[in-house]
Design a binder for this molecule. Structure first.
Ligand code: PLP
Length: 451
């Protein structure tokens, strides 16, 4: 067991103290680390990104055939990037400070197949496992079109293998949908508090859903145990998987293409700020890794977490990473934000990627929900609460004069800046449930205090 430092000592840091009081916080790196050094320090080989990208290309024909919502991109899973000028103006009014530059939203809530950012990482790992099994059996060549997996020989082989995962929802959804479609025996371990519609949807696709009385970590631990007992079962480990991470990182190059097509320049004089909702950290970490490879020092990645479960902010701030849990500073971890209620961060991301992360922001559930309401009212965009966590981020950056001056963001740079809110989920949420989020959000938009 790792010995935790004295709590009193930890709380001497005003940021940790504020985290322990469930206050909204924002803190940023003291000085820039050149991207090349940050990537080296991560110890993660950038080649995993290109490898994942090629895998998604090989599987595109399979997706186009099997998932109707990928037909219009010929099987490539990608989401739109859209400007949100009315939200930018309205929040500028509410904060009493207009945001220079332009505000955009990256709509991973619309990603095909499973409607969340998990369609990048979760799906990638399943594809990689399927390929490995077929390759090892000599039933596939490394460059084959993945539709070869649908032949009866490979189907028989895959059905003798299992995929298991522990999840509160979106990861289970992404993995369950694709793994069952590929013919795997698929088990998703969920905590009792996971949404009923997610369990029903998975069961309707032939996935075994096991419910655990405890919390999310208990469900993950149970899943890991059953997979350890049976070598034919592959366990997708959200807390440390490099394959998940690789799948997320493909987003970097894709975003560069979208920005270029919209005539958006990104360089030292035109900085790019990206606001990423963070749970265990694999999603935002992988996306940040891809963005840094693509945009280098011109991109700035800010992670956003709920005030009740700021595991990444706490882990990095105290340098304890996964050796400290939000419960250790008295937080209950309860939040309406699906996917973000995580007590301990991924060590892969917190410890190894910290030099590539610019800032850490926390947000109350009320403000997150209010942002859901504003997005609906002003832009006609419906997302789940976790997906709206990044909305206030640009104003946190604007307010931090030390960060702005250390990194050299003067007025001219800010006027040419691009801010992207990464929206991470929502399109699979049933209509009645979404209507509830929107109604509550619209009410809260008038109640929470801005600025
Ligand atoms: C999983 C998830 C995230 C965060 O991803 P992590 O890898 O857990 O950090 C953000 N938003 C939504 C909607 C998610 O499902």
């Amino acid at each position: 067991m790792t010995q935790l430092p004295d709590l009193e000592q930890l709380l001497a840091d005003p940021v940790v103290a504020a985290l322990s009081r469930s206050e909204e916080t924002a803190w940023f790196r003291d000085r820039p680390t050149p991207t090349i050094d940050g990537i080296k320090a991560s110890g993660i080989d950038p080649a995993i990104t290109e490898d994942a990208r090629a895998r998604f290309r090989r599987f595109a024909p399979w997706f186009a055939e099997r998932f109707p919502d990928t037909r219009h991109t010929h099987g490539i899973l990608e989401s739109p990037l859209v400007g949100v000028p009315d939200l930018q103006t309205e929040l500028g009014n509410r904060y009493g400070k207009a945001l220079p530059g332009k505000l955009w939203i990256k709509r991973d809530d619309l990603l095909p197949v499973s409607g969340s950012i998990k369609a990048r990482g979760g799906i990638h790992e399943v594809l990689q496992v399927a390929e490995r099994i077929a390759l090892e059996a000599g039933l596939m060549e490394p460059t084959d079109d993945a539709r070869v997996l649908m032949t009866p020989e490979v189907q028989e082989l895959l059905s003798a293998h299992g995929i298991a995962v522990g999840s509160t929802g979106n990861l289970g959804l992404s993995i369950g949908i694709v793994a069952s479609e590929l013919g795997f025996n698929t088990t998703v371990h969920m905590s009792m508090d996971a949404r009923a519609w997610k369990k029903e949807l998975l069961r309707s696709r032939g996935v075994t859903v096991v419910e655990h009385a405890g919390n999310f970590s208990d469900a993950v631990a149970a899943g890991r145990r059953t997979a350890q007992e049976d070598p034919s079962v592959w366990f997708v480990d959200d807390e440390s998987s490099l394959s998940l991470f690789a799948g997320y990182s493909v987003a970097g190059e894709r975003l560069a293409g979208q920005l270029a097509s919209l005539e958006v320049t990104v360089d030292a004089q035109h900085p790019l700020f990206v606001y990423l909702p963070c749970g265990v950290g694999g999603g935002p970490g992988g996306v940040a890794f891809g963005l840094k490879q693509t945009f280098g020092d011109a991109v700035h990645c800010i992670f956003v977490e709920p005030v009740s479960s700021p595991c990444m902010s706490l882990g990095v701030r105290t340098s304890l990473h996964d050796a400290i849990s939000v419960a250790d500073i008295g937080l209950d971890g309860l939040t309406a934000a699906d996917g973000l209620a995580v007590g301990r961060p991924s060590r892969l991301v917190g410890e190894h990627l910290q030099q590539l992360i610019d800032g850490y922001v926390t947000i109350t559930d009320e403000r997150m929900k209010a942002c859901v309401g504003l997005l609906h009212t002003l832009e006609g965009i419906d997302v789940e609460p976790s997906a709206a966590a990044g909305v206030p981020g640009p104003w946190q950056v604007l307010a931090n004069k030390t960060y702005l001056s250390t990194f050299g963001f003067d007025d001219a740079a800010l006027a040419s800046a691009t801010h992207i809110i990464w929206s991470t989920g929502g399109s699979m949420v049933p209509a009645e449930e979404m209507a509830g989020y929107v109604a509550e959000g619209q009410r809260l938009a008038g109640e929470v205090i801005w600025g």
